[in-house]
Structure formats: C-alpha cells, structure tokens
Design a protein around this ligand. Structure first.
Ligand SMILES: [Fe+2]
Length: 302
C-alpha cells in the first residue's frame, strides 16, 4: 500500500498510512516520510505494535540517534528499565512498579508537562522525536503539539523584528525550577549549565522561520531576567493558542513522530495510579543553532 497522509489539523499534523514500522522501509519511503515531516511537522502512525529494536531501527532511517549521557545521579544506569537508545517516558521503575509521588525521577518527568522542545537545553538540540504508546491510561495523557512556524508567521512586524536576532539561554534547571523542583545536586547543576539557542530558527529544507521556544529557556542575552521571562511567557502564550495546537489522544500502539525544530509539545495529566508506558527514540540535530559558548546562570542573574 503506498504511503498517504491525511491532514489532522490543517497543514499541521497528519495521519500517515501505508507504513509498517516493524519492517524495513525503502529509501523512497524514507523520503516520503521526511517530506511529510517537512510539511506537517507531526505525523501519527496508527496500529504499530513494535519492539524497542524495531523502533530503534525505524528511527535510524532518519539520521543519527541522539546520545547524550543522562547524569547518573538522576537515574543510575542499573535503575533504568530500557536499553541503550530508548528513553523511558513511563511512570514505571525498572521493576515495572509505578513511581512514588515523591520520587525525584517523577519530578523530572512532571516537567515534561510544560511546553518544550526536546533537548533544547543541549548544545545541539534534537531533530525528530518518536514516541511509541505501549500502554495508555484510561483518561487524559494527551500529548499536545504547537506549530511554531504558524506562531512565528502570526507575530506582528514589530515583534518579528524584535525577536530576529535574540539569543536565549536554555537549561533543564529553568524548566524544573518553574514547577518548584529546585532540589538539584551540584553535579546536576553542572551537567545542565545553560546553552545558547537562537529564538528564531530557519528550517534547513523548507526555509520557513519558526520560534524556538521551550520552557527550558530562562534568559535572553543582554536582557534582565524578569524582562526576559516575561517576554518568553508572552511569546509562549501567543504560540500555544488553540489555533496553533494539535492535541493527540493516544490509542495503544500509536507512534507519533515530531520535528522539534518546528514544534513545541507537552504531556497532559493522567491518573498517576495507572500505568503509562511510552517510549521515545530521538534523532540528533545537525548542529547548534548558534555557536555554543556556554554561560553560567550567575552571569545572567542581574
Ligand atoms: Fe518532550
């Protein structure tokens, strides 16, 4: 069956059919999916009952896997449930037991309910993320996506000129602090030192501009912190208006693939006493959005 894409939300998000992720795909199929990603930025694949190995093999069709070491103090390797290359976005520990509400691993996961772009706090932010829904809770747990191209296009001319050359500082510390989780070790603070990212990105293929916002952004170079945070909050409010958002209601064995260079996303609430097992593979971006000179948070605290 040839690949076809049915729009789900205008030209933002599409449901793709004619692909079996469990099997190898041809280079023509890879090109068709990439073209779909360039157009839609979010693609939904239904009924994909896959293993971790199949998810990894499918992901590698589109580039190199992202391979940043997660600091061992957040979760030691021996405590991880999944193998290399698989990021665990479930609410389970390695034994398959639901994480306690007081577990700091759970605190880190809760931060993903803020709008963000994956790995924007890394020197080279992520290209695509692929999230596979293995067990879905009975209520809630949607993933919402905001189209940052449409958000950029809808800015007024004055704001477009203002954001054009701005550089933000992104850190996992900023997004966790936003939910009141400040209990980080010196090692974690060092591992998540802020990185620079352009606020306006240009897509390498379509050349469309988009806002590179994320809850990981906590400062703007040359601005005071309060002014920067207020402006970033305003931009985020603008960018996440309903007209720019596709909300994905998960069915078991959905796989959703999104382009972090053109979208933000967030997880939505669910009953934490029910299992949610979703697993992500992530593709590395092609390079930094700007030269990665690192700054210390104290440099900006004026
Ligand atoms: Fe995410």
């Amino acid at each position: 069956m040839p690949i076809s894409i049915r729009p789900l939300r205008g030209a933002f998000a599409g449901e793709i059919s004619g692909v079996d992720i469990a099997k190898p795909i041809t280079s023509d199929e890879v090109a068709a999916i990439e073209a779909g990603m360039d157009t839609y930025a979010v693609l939904v694949f239904r009924d994909q009952d896959i293993t971790d190995e199949q998810q990894l093999a499918f992901t590698r069709n589109f580039g190199e896997l992202e391979s940043y070491a997660t600091p061992g103090h957040i979760q030691k390797r021996a405590d991880r449930r999944l193998g290399p290359g698989m990021a665990d976005f479930s609410n389970l520990d390695k034994d398959g037991t639901i994480l306690s509400a007081e577990d700091r691993v759970w605190f880190f996961k809760l931060g993903d309910r803020l709008w963000h772009s994956d790995s924007s706090f890394r020197p080279v932010p992520a290209k695509y993320s692929l999230l596979s829904g293995r067990i879905i809770p009975s209520w809630g747990s949607n993933t919402e996506f905001a189209d940052m191209r449409a958000a950029y296009d809808a800015l007024d001319a004055r704001t477009k000129a203002e954001v054009e050359d701005l550089v933000c500082l992104h850190s996992l510390i900023y997004s966790r602090e936003a939910i009141g989780f400040r209990d980080l070790t010196p090692e974690e603070i060092e591992a998540f030192r802020p990185v620079r990212q352009r606020l306006v990105r240009v897509h390498p293929v379509t050349k469309r501009k988009s806002l590179f916002l994320s809850s990981h952004a906590g400062a703007i170079e040359g601005w005071t912190i309060p002014e920067a945070r207020m402006f970033l909050r305003d931009l985020t409010e603008h960018a996440t208006q309903r007209e720019f958002v596709y909300s994905h209601a998960w069915k078991r064995h959905d796989l959703v693939m999104w382009d972090n260079r053109q979208t933000m996303h967030r997880g939505r609430r669910f009953d934490r006493n029910e299992v949610r097992d979703v697993r992500r593979t992530t593709l590395a971006g092609h390079g930094p959005t700007i030269e990665p000179m690192r700054c210390s948070p104290s440099d900006q605290a004026h």
